[in-house]
Design a protein around this ligand. Structure first.
Ligand SMILES: *Cc1c(COP(=O)(O)O)cnc(C)c1O
Length: 352
């Protein structure tokens, strides 16, 4: 069978809209969303509000804007945010919590991007004027840098107990909450319940070209809306984009199970290769991290050699590589990528 190259495993953001999605986008009814007039955006927002069990939702251009407009809505300058040191909102969003919201960060450590209720309790500041005001807990599910890991709902609920006692708000960075939902069978509404705001992306595994959404109470979404405008995220005939998101909800959620299967299969194939460390049992969703033996190569060199053979993966540390499965990668392509990796690592091709 002919397998299509390149096989792009750098990220699940590289998906391109399918013909069916493009057709729906072309036919979308639109209006000026800054006036609240876009019927397709409104339909998407209502659908997500319902799905998350919240009063309202707001379409935003990116996951970063969803996180940062939510953070701004929950906080005042001088407040402090508690979250994991490897969180996207802190590590990959350009220092935005400090720059846009004037907040300090209390960063926690833990395996796979997780932390505990006790960690949160230990990070709370005393309530007097010497200290920043502890205000918000941010949880990321699935956790990107943690390796696509899924939180336990019980661990989240225990953190919620501490947050409630201490009058902290909770924000969920659910860029890949869809993956957590499909992998566990736990409904989006149940994942969302302990949180004041939830952001989710359509532009990752769901395959839409652009777009994320924030859900929460009507009151907090009014504030997120104000900061979306302030941050330059008000969009006009955005129904073209919302149509892609609606199409993705109808067609691309259940199939995330295929991505999870492909990720585990890739991990299994490469776990047998020389100089590679990966534990397939730790692959819970669509992200595979693996380490390259320093005696053999570096992550950057290996990625270059693979790229020359049409397999694109991402170096994320000196010896660490990330591969992500998605809508545009078939099971056959996973096998072919494994074959290329095997040839490169068995030295039939020089690792430059
Ligand atoms: C991708 C991602 C985001 C948002 O990214 P954008 O590129 O701004 O859409 C937020 N959180 C996590 C965990 C992500 O992986």
């Amino acid at each position: 069978m002919d397998v299509r190259f390149p096989i792009d495993l750098r990220s699940d953001t590289v998906t391109r809209p399918t013909p069916g999605m493009r057709k729906t986008m072309a036919e979308a009814e639109v209006g000026d969303d800054v006036f609240g007039d876009d019927p397709t955006v409104n339909r998407l927002q209502e659908r997500i509000a319902h799905m998350t069990g919240k009063e309202a939702a707001l379409f935003v251009p990116s996951g970063s804007m969803g996180n940062q407009a939510s953070i701004r809505a929950h906080t005042e300058p001088g407040d402090e945010i508690i979250g994991h040191e490897h969180s996207h909102f802190y590590f990959y969003e350009g220092g935005a919590p400090c720059a846009l919201s004037g907040c300090s960060l209390r960063l926690l450590r833990g395996e796979g991007g997780m932390f505990t209720a006790d960690d949160v309790r230990g990070a709370l500041r005393p309530g007097n004027s010497h200290f920043p005001q502890s205000r918000l807990v941010v949880i990321e599910n699935t956790h990107n840098k943690g390796g696509g890991t899924i939180w336990s709902l019980d661990a989240i609920r225990r953190i919620h107990e501490v947050a409630r006692e201490a009058k902290l708000r909770m924000h969920l960075d659910g860029a890949r909450l869809w993956n957590a939902g499909v992998a566990t069978g736990i409904k989006i509404e149940d994942w969302a319940r302990p949180f004041d705001t939830v952001s989710m992306c359509f532009s990752k595994g769901l395959g839409a070209p652009v777009g994320s959404i924030v859900a929460g109470s009507a009151e907090i979404i009014r504030r997120v809306h104000r900061f979306r405008k302030m941050f330059g995220g008000g969009m006009r005939q955005a129904g073209i984009l919302a149509a892609a998101a609606l199409y993705a909800l109808d067609h691309h959620v259940e199939r995330l199970a295929d991505d999870h299967h492909n990720a585990r299969r890739l991990a299994q194939i490469i776990s047998a290769l020389p100089g590679i460390q990966v534990d397939p049992r730790r692959v819970q969703t669509n992200i595979v991290f693996f380490d390259v033996d320093a005696a053999m190569s570096t992550a950057a060199t290996l990625c270059e050699a693979l790229k020359a053979r049409g397999v694109w993966v991402l170096p994320v540390g000196p010896q660490t590589v990330r591969a992500v499965t998605h809508l545009d990668v078939s099971a056959e392509q996973i096998d072919a990528a494994g074959q290329v990796m095997s040839e490169v690592l068995h030295g039939r091709l020089a690792v430059a």
